[in-house]
Write a protein that binds this ligand. Structure first.
Ligand code: AHR
Ligand code: AHR
Length: 489
């Protein structure tokens, strides 16, 4: 038995739709053989896989990060423009591959336009120079009669691309990163990159390179870059073979967001920062199986993982005030919701909660009061300051500005027990037919594949509600999205 109480006046914040962002990296089959598959009968004249584009459109992605990831720290963007047949093939050192450069900046912008997403480019702060970074901004956004703007025109693009979001390097703290730096050194270098990029186009918004959100690195970088950036990035991936450890792992990410938000508040106060400064959680997902480069990170997802994705999105909604954007890593084949073969694709389990919420979310997040049975992780030593025990029921609630619609995202994370749940809205829930969408499958280890694409999928049903508090049963291991009408007519 669980209880949820909602007051339409208790606003938690406004949800930025960019929490449904995506990310594509030159890694494995994400771009080549994923979104871009030249010569395939499934591709259009540009080389874009039309089946993949259709699946991507179902995710409603408002912003797309590119080209990495670790890849970017060895990437020379000038290799990826001009006639495709003349572009150099280069050894690729982040993932030990070869980069053909057939997909570059113009193709990326074209793809963003095709799927209706804003481009977000991360620059190379490993082997890359300040000059390459500022030239990239000029190539994309330049309007004057200057060399790189003219190169873009020569490549057939008269109008500037107006790329607004630019990342100052990827994971510059990590030993695996080409050109990794100590935090103080990163700050010094990033400030110089920021200056020339902003001077090239003052309308761009920069993303500083954070780590987990609340590490010493984050504190140093936030203090050093606050005046220059609009976003501070966080990368955290979670998951393990254990169902409960995995489904509760978004709470660790939520804690990181809360703590990072507190650090931002402190820096803002100390330095008198007036401009927006929020978190870009620009790599997130379940990822623990295929870690080695040789695996091409082709993770196969289970129902547990899908419920975890629903939990992440609920956490992003609850923490929406601190979060300017989030980008699920990645979009196709590489730790991704969409999985291709040369002659088709299937949607992984994690596709469905994302697609459901991206379509059903409303702009105003509400605080919720939840009373739920809890679960203690086996072997967990609950230490002061740590999380847990965890509610089996995870909830987020959003409404429209006019208070006519309410969307509830409810995750029953129990592997075995259904959860009878009462939902009470202080201002009342009028009688109506309610559409319920359940993401579920036979058991928590269920997966999809090309011959069984619907083992985990969305099941839609209608419920007749006669007014007053709503009582329903959320089946075990199910993500349920409800869209309620709040006004009488
Ligand atoms: O998304 C896979 C990799 O994870 C990215 O290249 C890197 O930024 C992160 O470590
Ligand atoms: O797999 C290589 C690196 O190891 C990843 O980029 C990073 O997330 C991890 O720590």
């Amino acid at each position: 038995m669980a209880r949820v109480r909602i007051d339409l006046d208790r606003v938690a914040g406004h949800v930025d739709r960019r929490i449904f962002g995506g990310f594509i990296e030159h890694l494995g089959r994400c771009i080549y053989g994923g979104i871009f598959d030249e010569g395939s009968p499934l591709s259009d004249a540009r080389g874009f896989r039309t089946d993949v584009m259709q699946a991507v459109e179902g995710l409603n992605i408002p912003i797309l990060r590119w080209p990495g990831g670790n890849f970017v720290s060895g990437y020379d963007w000038t290799d990826g423009i001009g006639p495709q047949d003349q572009r150099p093939r280069r050894p690729e050192l982040a993932w030990h591959s070869v980069e053909s450069n057939r997909f570059g900046t113009d193709e990326f912008i074209e793809y963003c336009r095709a799927i209706g997403a804003q481009p977000y480019i991360c620059v190379n702060m490993g082997t890359g120079t300040m000059d390459q970074a500022r030239a990239w901004v000029e190539y994309c956004n330049g309007t004057g009669d200057t060399y790189w703007a003219n190169q873009r025109r020569a490549n057939g693009h008269d109008e500037p691309y107006n790329v607004r979001y630019w990342g100052l390097g990827n994971e510059m703290y990590g030993a695996w990163q080409i050109g990794a730096l100590a935090a103080e050194d990163y700050v010094k270098k990033a400030i110089e990159f920021a200056k020339v990029m902003i001077w090239t186009d003052p309308s761009i918004e920069l993303v500083g390179c954070g780590l987990s959100g609340w590490s010493e690195w984050d504190w140093t970088v936030l203090n050093g870059l606050a005046k220059h950036v609009r976003y501070h990035s966080i990368h955290i991936y979670t998951g393990s073979e254990d169902h409960y450890e995995t489904v509760f792992s978004p709470h660790k990410a939520e804690r990181a967001i809360r703590l990072c938000a507190a650090m931002i508040e402190r820096v803002r106060y100390d330095q008198g920062i007036e401009h927006d400064l929020t978190i870009a959680y620009d790599e997130w997902n379940v990822w623990f199986r295929q870690r080695a480069a040789a695996s091409r990170l082709e993770e196969r997802y289970t129902l547990t993982d899908a419920l975890t994705i629903a939990g992440y999105l609920n956490a992003f909604i609850r923490q929406c005030e601190a979060l300017g954007m989030a980008n699920q890593a990645q979009l196709v084949n590489v730790i991704a919701p969409i999985f291709t073969s040369p002659d088709g694709l299937f949607k992984q389990t994690i596709y469905y909660p994302f697609a459901l919420l991206a379509a059903a979310i409303q702009p105003v997040a509400l605080n919720t009061w939840v009373d739920s049975p809890t679960h203690v992780l086996s072997g967990d030593t609950i230490r002061p300051g740590d999380e847990g025990p965890y509610d089996l029921l995870d909830v987020s609630a959003t409404r429209d500005e006019a208070r006519e619609r309410l969307t509830l995202s409810l995750v029953n994370r129990s592997a075995i027990d259904d959860l009878e749940t009462t939902i009470d809205v202080l201002q009342g829930i009028p009688a109506q037919q309610i559409e319920l969408n359940d993401v579920t499958g036979p058991d928590v280890s269920a997966t999809n594949d090309i011959t069984h694409p619907d083992t985990v999928t969305i099941h839609t049903r209608t419920l007749t509600h006669n007014g007053g508090p709503l009582t329903l049963t959320i089946p075990a291991h199910t993500h349920q999205v409800l869209q309620l009408r709040l006004s009488e007519d």
